[in-house]
Design a protein. Sequence first.
Length: 256
Amino acid sequence: MVELKTESEIQGMRAAGRVVADALTAARDHARVGVSLRELDAVAARTIADAGAEPLFLNYRPNWAPTPFPGVICTSVNDAVVHGIPSDYRLRDGDLVSIDGGAKLKGWCGDSAVSFVVGAADPADEALVAAADEALRLGIEAARVGNRLGDIGAAIGRYVRRSGFGLLADHGGHGIGRVMHESPDVPNEARAGKGMRLRPGLVLAIEPMLIADGTDDYRHDADGWTLRTVSGARAAHSEHTVAITDNGPVVLTARH
């Protein structure tokens, strides 16, 4: 069932989104060569707690997961696309890092992700991160009243394929509100004009996940959570929680 939010409910989600934005910003600011992924998780956890919110990811266990997720954020490095578990791994010069985080505040959820390079960046990695951000921007631009879900996927997919990158198979965005994952599913590749019509009050997490070498396949790590590219190519993930309104899309997890 698709739940449409009222203006006041969207304002509640905006407050949750600010917490997520602050947590991701704090973790990114702390990321540097020699810092462990577990330290980034602790920074995000403190930021969320200080805001009076609760982490969405910690102990989350969907039906496919072998164990509850043990972190506050997902930390995916280099060929890890998504769902990386924060560990004692210490960041190295040139690592490409994707951080995905969520929080709930007063009953409302926010979800967002950012990718960046630690230390000296390979231009190819910078291009991949920029492409993920641009794909997200295009997806958000298509999230307008009267368009359809397929228009979001078409905007993302066309750009990504023309740029020579891959899209993580079987994964996309989702509705969000009182829980992290609500209907509908939001494709990262689709036909324009297809799917559910977008209406005011619909709130979506839009999240392109790009693979550098144009492949789409992935494999699971032994932890049952981390998804890595089969080819070993690097990946980047960019995500925002977006409200569809009569005045256009509104990003509820914008980082300043």
